[in-house]
Write a protein that binds this ligand. Structure first.
Ligand code: URA
Length: 439
């Protein structure tokens, strides 16, 4: 007969837990016979003593099985999703999902909301008038079958143990342990019914884990966990030192995604979205090489098929698809304010994290899980790393409704710019590519 105190003691003393012990502790959440304070103690013991790979797999598996594991086998074709560890201006999902779907990949995506300085796919999608992200799992399957892609929020049936544990981790300073991060992310993704997953693990000052070594470790852990659970896995480790693209906010990010799908988006955002979509296409065996997959991505933009896919998705999820041709129908701010340069030079750095916080202060993000966001506000950058700027030129435009914290936001953005008197070049976005072959 297992007891929570014994399991906690074992981990406290640095021993590895068995899969049965881990499954019993996770099952105890639904059974009600493991108390919050016992899980809190175990989480802290995991932070301090770590977990080996078998324990991390067992924890992922138990959390995934705490809810429904969606069976998509009745829909023929390879199902591949992408997960990003999050950042500022990171809107690639809205671009790569229609591209991959237009290339014949089935894309079932369960996404999250923004918190703190990072944005969230669901908040961006909800800025499209009428767009529904809360749909039943039956409707999720139907939309996937009809349109080849679907983007919804986490339902109560998907990994409920993770929901419980995430709230405890948030309240007990136990979020940033790699086995806990990996099992939390992977349990939800593997419950979607996918065959493979492309990971975009961010590194740099705007990332959840700023340090490259820890980003690499998280990527490697998630790839290995997915592989051991029979999934194809690829991870790109990408820089999140400055915002991705030019737009940070919600409606303004949707507008930028539409521009990318029309072939007129910023280079960094377009390039990373195409690289990730190409990985999905290769993983789904819709191309024989990454170069061929990249070529397919470019064709879906040139022939309008990716944009068309996005239009069909918006309509299928109850949104006003007219925004595709007229982004002016998206929520607009009452005021715009230009931030001007007070010096000449080259932009050396544009720190993503304070920009994320400043955008949150304008109302585009959440300070707390239950804060309400304003879809119309945000920032559009005119100058980023590598750009030459003359004194008096516009650095960025703020999209504003509530001015209560405008001054604070403006000074944070101004301070996020770092200058050089010599020409600068932005570093390559992709730092490394990791592939995990199924054993
Ligand atoms: N996102 C998740 O889903 N889980 C975490 O633990 C952190 C970020």
């Amino acid at each position: 007969m297992l007891r929570a105190v014994d399991v906690i003691r074992k981990k406290r003393d640095g021993e590895a837990l068995s899969a049965a012990e881990i499954a019993w502790m996770v099952g105890g959440i639904a059974r009600g016979d493991v108390a919050d304070y016992q899980w809190s103690a175990l989480l802290m013991a995991i932070v301090l003593k770590g977990m080996d790979r078998s324990e991390t797999v067992a924890l992922t598996d138990a959390m995934m099985r705490s809810g429904i594991v969606v069976d998509l086998s009745s829909i023929p074709g390879a199902k591949v999703d992408k997960h990003s560890t999050g950042g500022v201006g990171d809107k690639t999902s809205l671009i790569l999902a229609p591209i991959a779907a237009a290339a014949g990949v089935l894309v079932p995506m369960v996404s999250g909301r923004g918190l703190g300085h990072t944005g969230g796919t669901l908040d961006k999608l909800e800025s499209i008038p009428g767009f529904q992200v809360d749909v039943t799992l039956d409707r999720y399957k139907e939309i996937l079958r009809e349109t080849g892609l679907v983007l919804i929020g986490q339902t109560a049936e998907i990994a409920p143990a993770d929901k419980f544990l995430y709230a405890l981790r948030d309240a007990t300073s136990t979020v940033e342990a790699i086995p806990l991060l990996a099992s939390s992310i992977m349990s939800k993704k593997l419950a979607e019914g996918i065959d493979g997953l492309v990971l975009d693990v961010k590194t740099g000052n705007g990332a959840f884990l700023p340090d490259l070594e820890r980003s690499w470790k998280l990527a490697e852990t998630m790839c290995d966990v997915g592989r051991r659970m029979g999934k194809k896995m690829v991870a790109l480790i990408t820089r999140m030192d400055q915002p991705l693209g030019l737009a940070v906010g919600n409606a303004v990010e949707v507008a930028e995604c539409l521009a990318c799908l029309k072939g007129a988006g910023p280079d960094d955002l377009t390039s990373l979205s195409l690289d990730l979509a190409a990985e999905m296409i290769l993983m789904a065996s819709r191309a024989a090489s990454i170069e061929e997959a990249r070529g397919i991505c470019e064709r879906t933009i040139a022939d309008g098929s990716a944009l068309e896919r996005f239009r069909v998705l918006i309509a299928a999820q109850g949104g006003d698809a007219r925004v595709v041709d007229d982004p002016g129908l998206l929520p607009q701010p009452r005021r715009t304010i230009e931030l001007k340069a007070d010096r000449a030079g080259w932009v050396a750095r544009l720190d993503a994290r304070p920009i994320g916080v400043a955008t949150m202060l304008l109302g585009a993000g959440r300070e707390r899980v239950d804060s309400k966001i304003d879809p119309a506000v945000g920032v559009v950058f005119r100058r980023k790393v590598g750009d030459r700027v003359e004194s008096g030129e516009t650095l960025c435009t703020l999209l504003v409704n509530d001015e209560a914290r405008l001054d604070q936001a403006l000074s944070m953005i101004e301070d996020a710019y770092h200058w050089s008197d010599e020409p600068t070049t932005p570093p390559d976005l992709i730092v490394e590519r990791l592939v995990a072959e199924i054993a």
